[in-house]
Design a protein around this ligand. Sequence first.
Ligand code: NDP
Ligand code: 1BO
Length: 313
Amino acid sequence: MPQLGLGTWRSQPGEVGLAVENAIRAGYRHLDLAKIYGNQKEIGEALKRVVPSEVKREDLFITSKLWNTFHKPEDVLPALQDTLVELGLDYIDMYLIHWPVAFDGTSGELRPSKDGKVLLDLHTSLVDTWKAMIELKKTGKVKSIGVSNYRADLIDGIVKATGVYPATNQIEAHPLLPQDDLVKYHKEHNILITAYAPLGSSMPGWDRLLVKEPLVLEVAKECSADPGQVLLAWGTRRGYAVIPKSSTKSRIESNFQQITLTDEQFDRISSLCKELGGPKRFFTPYGNFTPEWDINIFNEPSEQAATHQIKIV
Ligand code: NDP
Ligand code: 1BO
């Protein structure tokens, strides 16, 4: 997996195709996609314009994700096939379980809800879905399988039941949420981490964008670099892949120009978490997503009132 990829969540219709083309022309070979982002069809059309004329398919690393309404074992292969049709591809390189949470898929809606809360499927376990993911590898339609937003104990649970490790776990990680313990766990188990929101993303209710933090700007000035490059260098130095999203050509290009931080600069960026009163998680489905997901995903204090626990086995 190339260490730097292009994120595509919230890349708008009419923009995302061009973003993908610009990224490939800038040198990106890793694209991070998902059914729920609602833009795979436009990305597929963009891929047709550059593959194979500008890049060989086998030189690209394309990740997509199984959405929460397709966790029932019989829905997993059709969901992958639907993504392949949207993208116009025969296979993808990585397929991830997007969240360790099954939604009730019977209505066909991607966010089924009642009274402001997502309708959960409390019968399908993580192990049920992981077994179906393992079967996918035999079809040749996916090269590797992994998970996303999984805690260490959830990974332990699916591995204990199947003996199969996920190739990667895609998790939120940036200087405000370093997740040191989880990073250590993955290193010990030889599981790659892919860090999402590596620039600190932007979520409602939080106006301190990391790319605008004085300390990040200070280090950027010292390196004659862009603040985005500083944050990405901090992530890659921690030994994982980063997938910054941008639809802006100049940022797509600058994010790909990798720089190296000195030990002292790395430590200074690491100090941001404490300085800004972190850790700060932006993606907390309990309390932050609409409709709300009333289930305990990260075992954090904000989730203590969640009604449901994840069904592992
Ligand atoms: P990022 O941390 O990548 O931040 C994206 C934001 O930063 C956009 O507003 C973008 O704006 C802006 N930006 C990009 N480059 C720069 C720059 N150099 N300087 C200043 N601003 C910049 O957040 P995301 O939440 O998008 O996360 C990245 C990707 O991770 C997603 O796109 C998605 O693919 C994946 N993801 C996965 C999740 C999961 O559950 N597995 C959850 C969340 C994200 P602009 O486009 O205008 O340049
Ligand atoms: C709910 C989807 C978050 C971005 O991956």
